[in-house]
Design a binder for this molecule. Structure first.
Ligand code: NAD
Length: 504
């Protein structure tokens, strides 16, 4: 492992918290035992040690949680919107006060580095809660000019019980993006956590619940189809919101099709990060490396995993990127110096490795850095992998077309702007895209023609509160993170016309 002097964090408090949260669901206002006796082990990926077990819930637990949320709905929805916002803001303060333990909890279950990833994730989640709390007063309808004596207005109302299904890669941040707009808008919610990362989200939900009427937020754990499916299909659930893979997103849509309820889907990406020959390479080269989100081992929907480089500067950019990637510190996620932590599971590592090993079957393809799993002598697991760059791969190969969800990027050569746009848009995905150029006309042409929901020029920033986020094509349906997204996706509107019966 590359390493400087280690500064190991003592994670004892987070480990104790993991034990306290074990075998619990949050239903009806407090942590309680599940209906089921079956459990799932929660693993610390770098060491493979079991840090907790959580209930492997099924339809009975889903139904109990939905009933609790349905019971809380009339209470919570009648609290004035600005008061709801004030309570969510208080919960944000409380989460912020526990930021370090929550960050450690997330690092325990995900293997994300504490310093370069988990603390930032928590802070962004707190910001998300505060942003939605702050716009709670904007939940209002319209009045429409009408005939004299006729009052014509629209309402802006909560929908009811929301079901949210979330992934493991940025669990608390994703949780905040669902619950903040759902709750501020007056809905109640049941969240199904991801199998591998159910702990930090459970503690966050418990904190938020302590400020709300019992049952306003509920959380159950378990395997996707066993509990996620009955949850979204429950008749009392009036909206489903999902973040995860494309295939499961399609299933969620199918599960609720009969009920005809609204669905928001935030799905995968294979995002192009394009370097034009006129770019400022001092910004662009670190930009394409940072865009790969190696700080969460590339396990990010927004990772700029297709690095498109104009021929004239190709060698210079690749050489610079490899140098930076080789310098990243990989290892124990509880070491303050670590920049790249552990892959979430052996299953995910095997999937990543199958993509890397496909290189040997592609004539001319090269692994320029990284590639294989690495051991850390201080840790028994085999889930570390150095940032990997592969090139000379035809663009129709799975390496260029499929979401790998690991620390693996492909470098792709292009001739001119038209070629770059053609290659960038040659994907079923449309989540995010960036271009590095000094030419304003090129930047504007790119912005107009790239098929992606989030488009950036000369930067590759991550999602954050108040910046609209959501994919095109198979990357998703609907937007998140803004006032507009709350109004569009977490409220319903009715039109009321009242005729005063005036006689002229
Ligand atoms: P996943 O789709 O396997 O699982 C996501 C959630 O869905 C988990 O809670 C899982 O238990 C549940 N699930 C699985 N099968 C289910 C089923 N049949 N019915 C109901 N629920 C089911 O995804 P993952 O591996 O946890 O996360 C990685 C994926 O998430 C990647 O594709 C990534 O791009 C995507 N993602 C997207 C965004 C975004 O904002 N666009 C953000 C983070 C992750």
């Amino acid at each position: 492992m590359s390493g400087t002097q280690k500064r190991l964090i003592d994670s004892a408090a987070a480990r104790a918290e993991a034990k306290r949260l074990s075998n619990k669901v949050l239903v009806g206002g407090s942590l309680v035992a599940a209906e089921t006796d079956a459990t799932i082990d929660v693993i610390h990926p770098p060491t493979m040690e079991v840090i907790a077990t959580v209930p492997r819930c099924g339809a009975a637990d889903a139904a109990r949680a939905v009933e609790a949320a349905a019971k809380a709905f009339p209470v919570w929805s009648r609290i004035p919107a600005r008061e709801r916002g004030r309570l969510i803001a208080q919960a944000a303060d409380r989460i912020e006060a526990e930021l370090e333990t929550l960050s450690q909890l997330q690092t325990l279950e995900t293997g994300h580095p504490i310093a370069s990833q988990s603390r930032g994730d928590m802070a962004t989640a707190v910001d998300m809660l505060r942003m939605f709390a702050g716009v709670s007063g904007e939940l209002k309808g319209e009045t429409v000019p009408d005939a004299q004596g006729v009052l014509h207005y629209t309402t802006c109302e909560p929908i009811g019980v929301i079901a949210a299904v979330i992934p493991w890669n940025g669990p608390v941040f994703t949780l905040s993006a669902k619950i903040a707009p759902a709750l501020v808008a007056g809905n109640t919610i049941v969240v199904k956590s991801a199998e591998t990362a159910p702990l930090a989200v459970l503690r966050c939900a418990e904190i938020i619940q302590s400020f709300l009427p019992p049952g306003a937020i509920n959380m159950i754990s378990g395997v996707g189809e066993e509990v996620g499916k009955p949850l979204v299909q429950h008749p009392a659930v009036r909206k489903a919101t999902f973040t995860g893979s494309v295939n499961v997103g399609k299933l969620i849509s199918q599960y609720v099709a009969d009920k005809l309820i609204p669905v928001t889907l935030e799905l995968g990406g294979k995002n192009p990060n394009i370097v034009m020959a006129d770019a400022d390479l001092a910004l662009a080269i670190p930009g394409v490396v940072a865009g790969m989100r190696f700080m969460r081992q590339g396990q990010s929907c927004i990772a700029g995993s297709r690095i498109l480089i104009q021929e004239r500067i190709y060698d210079e950019v690749v050489e610079g990127a490899v140098k930076l990637m080789n310098a990243l510190v990989v290892g124990n996620p509880f070491d303050e110096n670590t920049e790249v932590g552990a892959i979430i599971s052996q299953k995910q590592m095997d999937r990543i490795q199958s993509f890397v090993s496909s290189v040997k079957d592609i004539p001319g393809a090269r692994v320029l850095c990284g590639g294989s799993p690495e051991a850390d002598s201080s840790m028994p697991g085999r889930l570390f992998m150095r940032p990997t760059l592969i090139d000379n791969v035809p663009h129709d190969a799975p390496l260029c077309q499929e979401e790998i969800f690991g620390p693996v990027a492909v470098a792709v050569r292009f001739t001119d702007f038209e070629d770059a746009i053609r290659i960038a848009n040659d994907s079923v995905f449309g989540l995010a895209a960036a271009m590095w150029t000094r030419d304003l006309g090129t930047a504007m042409q790119f912005a107009a023609r790239i098929e992606a929901g989030l488009v950036q020029v000369n930067q590759y920033a991550g999602p954050r509160a108040n910046v609209s986020y959501g994919g095109l094509k198979v990357s998703g349906l609907g937007k998140e993170y803004t006032l507009q997204s709350m109004l569009n996706h977490f409220t319903r509107s009715r039109t009321i016309q009242i005729n005063a019966g005036l006689r002229s």
